[in-house]
Design a protein around this ligand. Structure first.
Ligand SMILES: O=c1ccn([C@@H]2O[C@H](COP(=O)(O)O)[C@@H](O)[C@H]2O)c(=O)[nH]1
Length: 236
């Protein structure tokens, strides 16, 4: 269980990320760096955030042949991040390669970053999954299937929505995480997210950690929004 909300720092460059951090509580945070920021600011910015004392979730969602993913995961681990992502749809051998690469890239005596596998994006509905991706069965069955694959490959958890979290955690060994984006406060616009929950509901439904972007980064007072979400998450 990660007891602080993970903040998705989805901004276009390092300057905007630094400006956002100025508006957030001055304490060690858990920050998610995704593709938009990483492709602009790069590894040096991730190192800088680590130096400032923040935990980092590097969300690049690797999806390639096992050899390429292993080498990429090795580079990610060398950044000493805490969490990173691959797509479960890459298959068991690819996830195993990510876990192996992360172990190889970790300095001696340190813990490798936890590999999380994306089961079904929280922007996907069951209908989209069946019609566009041609994956039969229910969304819950697909998430269950991919979390089994992830567990067998040695990943430390999955990305899913809060609605599937309990099933994932019940079926896997204790400590296996269900990390859930798609978090919105009651009444907020879901935007492109389809499977959403508020922080308290996510906790009740078994999430191990919540990932929150626009509810914090788009708020008039990001620090106040963070505190509201943190309180709802911790106290549920
Ligand atoms: O299934 C997934 C996987 C990753 N994400 C990421 O989480 C954040 C959510 O941002 P919001 O602004 O709170 O919607 C974003 O960085 C996504 O890339 C996800 O939403 N769903």
């Amino acid at each position: 269980m990660i007891n602080q909300p993970i903040i998705a720092v989805d901004v276009e460059n390092a300057e905007k990320a630094a400006a956002l951090l100025e508006k957030l509580p001055k304490e060690p945070l858990f920050l998610k760096v995704g593709m938009e920021l990483f492709y602009q600011a790069g590894p040096s910015f991730v190192r800088e955030l680590k130096k400032q004392g923040h935990r980092i979730f590097l969300d690049l969602k690797l999806h390639d042949i096992p050899h390429t993913v292993e080498k990429a995961a090795l580079q990610i681990a060398a950044l000493e991040v805490d969490l990173f992502t691959v797509h479960a749809a890459g298959g068991q051998a690819m996830i195993e390669a990510a876990v192996r690469g992360a172990e190889k890239g970790t300095r001696e005596g340190a813990a490798p970053p936890v590999c999380l596998t994306v089961t079904q994006l929280t922007s996907t509905t069951e209908q989209m999954m069946q019609k566009e991706l041609l994956i039969g069965g229910s969304l819950a069955e697909a998430v269950r299937h991919f979390s089994g694959l992830a567990a067998r490959a040695g990943a430390g958890g999955v990305i899913c929505s809060a609605w599937e979290a309990a099933a994932v955690r019940e079926e896997q060994a204790s400590g296996f995480m269900a990390v859930t984006p798609g978090i919105r406060l009651k009444g907020e616009d879901a935007g492109d997210q389809k499977r959403v929950a508020d922080p308290a509901l996510a906790k009740e439904m078994g999430s191990s950690a919540i990932v929150v972007g626009r509810s914090i980064t788009g708020a008039a007072d990001p620090s106040a929004a963070y505190h509201t979400i943190e309180k709802a998450w911790r106290n549920a």
